[in-house]
Design a protein around this ligand. Sequence first.
Ligand code: PGA
Length: 239
Amino acid sequence: MDIRIFKTEQEIGEAAGKIYVDYINENPSCVLGFATGATPVPTYTYMAQQCKAGKVSFKDVKTFNLDEYCDLPKEHKNSFYMFMYDNLFSKVDLKPENIDFLDGNTDPVAESARYAKSIEDKGGIDIQLLGIGRNGHIAFNEPADEFSDEAYKIKLTESTIEANSIYFDDVPMPRYAMTMGIGSIMKARKIIFIATGKAKAQAVHDMIKGEVTPRCPASILQQHPDVTVFLDEDAASLL
Ligand code: PGA
């Protein structure tokens, strides 16, 4: 793993965002896998600024996202689709037909097969963006007895519900989500991983220095050939 440590979240956003901008300029019809959460926001802000300044165009880029809540309308303000719309999709020139998203309101088995086929049909994911949960989850792959493969429906853990329920003020936070599986994530050709803040320090330590175990799903990244890790000093404090 290529580990890079920065002082501020903004510096991480610029450095990670620059990798995307350069990649898109060299590969205008690339396939990108995006992630939600507070962590990638500065990266999306940088990409949107660069697009607005005419330094990059997303017009032929195709995108996938890691996960989506179940039993929450796509248009609800807390859906991951709306998060992406607010933070990136509405600010760049991506074509709506090039955006694919897991549907949390349909049959999970059929949806998993559809998503896997859609990724494959577009040639696979070139760069997948990842954050990490305090419990070591990536996407919504929570600690488990075995590593998952393709997308599936998961019951969220209490730790994840506690971390994310602060965003829900009108409806209860969903208890289930559709998530890309570990197998699908590991197929991405390149992974950009970002973690910031002290609350992530233990998970980051276990991911990089711990044994590879589904009890810390992010630890599987030790076996991926191309992972760039962006950390602030707090997130790196236990390394
Ligand atoms: P966060 O979420 O960026 O909001 O901390 C990351 C995650 O749970 O994967």
